[in-house]
Design a protein around this ligand. Structure first.
Ligand code: PEP
Ligand code: MN
Length: 336
């Protein structure tokens, strides 16, 4: 059960509600976010919801039996919109495009990427400065020095940035520079990291785990929300299956299912989803058709020289074509 508390609730009223919930055999957890205050009741016993709902200090009450509650659409039908400032919104019924290299590499690369995005009116740039690499000998990112330079250049061009945070200590290190923290597929169930991201007020995009179910993804989002941060975005990035013809298997099914289960925006990552440059575009377009709020993909001025994920990175011509086609497909979808 989710009890939304009134903004003007008194301490006495809060205690009275907790007592009543305890009386019916439910355990309560108090959740305070940037936007509201909730009491989450956990229990199995049947009860008459009016028993609690009629108490003073409650603005609304909902029965949600899933393990994830606050991210569920069962209580919040209105979609969550993430506001990055300067008119950049995610989940507001427009198509969000986030593009950029897998890794931030050099000043020249940042400059050329920003120029490409500005020319195509793309407002969010992706890029890793802390890279989770399968091999310890692969390029592991420029770290916070790279991030500072990137953020400075992006800001002066009016571009927002999304970058992966791999561990708790990096949150503070990255805080001033990033506009969206990305939780990578290898960290979807790093619960310490999720707890800490619940304590900040910046948006977080959580990628689906490499072998993660949708329920696990939603539960990871619940960690951040119940920790106090409602500014959440989910990302489908492909899962590991027995198929070897592609790097991952993009689970296009996940998009409409997530859109039905949660009020959070859903972004598709076709680059990691299929892992093959020549097929990034069709998978991106299919994801948009399936209902994604946006796409995130990898692009580089000379992909063959990219330090990481070269095989799935688009050059700027391919990227421009993808942007144009994505916008067209999105308009078709919205015209239905
Ligand atoms: C990335 O976005 O560069 C990345 C490492 O993605 P994922 O966590 O989905 O593998
Ligand atoms: Mn990558």
């Amino acid at each position: 059960m989710i009890i939304q508390l009134d903004k003007k609730i008194s301490e006495k009223e809060r205690e009275q509600i907790k007592l009543m919930v305890k009386d019916i055999g439910y355990k309560t957890t108090r959740v305070k976010t940037q936007i509201g205050e909730y009491l989450i009741g956990i229990g199995k016993r049947e009860f008459d919801i009016r028993q609690v709902g009629s108490l003073p200090g409650i603005s609304d009450i909902h029965r949600v039996s899933d393990d994830y509650k606050l991210v569920s659409r069962k209580w919040k039908v209105n979609r969550t919109v993430i506001d990055l400032g300067d008119g950049v919104l995610i989940g507001n019924g427009t198509l969000t495009i986030m593009a950029g290299p897998c890794s931030i590499e050099t000043e020249k690369q940042i400059e050329e990427s920003i120029k490409h995005l500005v020319e195509n009116n793309v407002r969010i740039m992706r890029g890793g400065v802390f890279k989770p690499r399968s091999s310890p000998y692969a390029f592991r990112g420029l770290g916070s020095e790279g991030l500072k330079l990137w953020a400075m250049m992006a800001r002066s061009a009016g571009i927002k940035i999304i970058s992966e945070v791999m561990q708790v200590s990096q949150i503070a290190e990255m805080y001033d520079e990033v506009d969206v923290f990305q939780v990578g597929a290898r960290n979807t169930q790093n619960f310490n990291l999720l707890d800490e991201l619940g304590r900040i007020d910046k948006p977080v995009m959580i990628k689906r785990g490499i072998s993660g179910t949708l329920e696990e993804l939603l539960s990871s989002a619940e960690y951040v929300f119940s920790g106090g941060n409602e500014k959440l975005i989910l990302c489908e990035r492909g899962i590991r299956t027995y198929e070897k013809a592609s790097r991952n298997t993009m689970d296009v099914n996940a998009i409409p299912i997530l859109k039905e289960k949660t009020h959070l925006p859903v972004i598709a990552d076709p680059s990691h989803g299929i892992g093959l440059r020549e097929f990034v575009e069709p998978i991106a377009l299919a994801s948009i058709m399936a209902g994604a709020d946006g796409i995130i993909y990898e692009t580089h001025q000379s992909p063959e020289r990219a330090y990481s994920d070269a095989q799935q990175t688009l050059d700027f011509m391919e990227s421009e074509r993808l942007i144009n086609r994505s916008r067209k497909v999105f308009d078709v979808r919205e015209s239905f």
